[in-house]
Design a protein around this ligand. Structure first.
Ligand code: ADP
Ligand code: MG
Ligand code: MG
Length: 211
């Protein structure tokens, strides 16, 4: 059972890679408006390395697959988002550990730990116009749905929709963290690249799990 769950984690990382590859160019253009234009290529390098590392760990537990993926992601992506994503994937892996089955409480804890890794490392506050502005609505929606008895796959779908709409709403904000800060004025009217990529990834994982 542990190896089957590990395989599921490998399959999910392949989906993450595919959705980033599909949007690589758009994410780069979005980051070029006020940032340095490398969000597409950086995410691409990160997810390529993470998916490859996860395949190398195939047959292992969820924890092994995700820690290998997260380490590769941080190491190879470069850039702020790569370090944040890498540490978050590792944190989710450590949270999930090596169990035979997972409960909705386990899923809730993994999401909490994923988000905490990013806020602890990046120290962005809500409204700073970073991926945190999509992550917090994602987490809070997920936890609220699970508390209300919604099954994990359905809770994930609702949370992913919340992340996507929150990512779109970051267009109204002025960046207070990261490389987009010096050109903050240019960024207004356009969503934050890291928030957008998180929304896309959350939606893809939700679709995959539902299918
Ligand atoms: P870099 O900014 O190093 O070029 P990327 O372009 O890959 O890295 O990622 C930019 C994204 O990283 C931003 O759109 C934002 O969402 C996210 N980001 C930047 N700084 C922080 C931070 N301190 N906390 C959380 N997210 C951040
Ligand atoms: Mg950048
Ligand atoms: Mg950069």
């Amino acid at each position: 059972a542990a190896a089957a769950l590990g395989r599921q984690a490998v399959a999910i990382l392949a989906q993450v890679r595919d959705v980033v590859v599909e949007h690589e160019e758009d994410l780069g253009k979005l980051d070029a408006i006020a940032g340095d234009g490398d969000h597409g290529i950086g995410m691409r390098r990160g997810v390529d390395a993470a998916a490859a590392a996860s395949e190398g760990a195939e047959g292992a537990s969820v924890a092994r697959v995700l820690t290998a993926a997260g380490e590769a992601w941080s190491e190879r992506a470069g850039g702020t988002s790569g370090a944040l994503w890498g540490s978050a994937v590792i944190a989710a892996g450590l949270s999930l550990g090596n169990r035979e089955t997972y409960t909705s409480e386990d899923a809730a804890a993994a999401v909490r730990d994923f988000v905490r890794a990013i806020t602890e490392l990046g120290k962005a506050d809500p409204g700073d116009k970073t991926m945190v502005d999509a992550l917090l609505p994602f987490r809070d929606t997920f936890l609220t749905e699970l508390d209300g008895g919604t099954p994990v796959d359905r809770a994930l779908a609702v949370a992913a929709a919340a992340a996507e709409s929150a990512a779109a709403k970051t267009a109204e904000l002025r960046p207070l963290k990261g490389r987009a800060r010096p050109l903050a004025e240019k960024s207004v009217g356009h969503p934050d690249p890291g928030a957008v990529s998180f929304g896309l990834i959350a939606a893809r994982i939700s679709h995959f799990i539902d299918s």
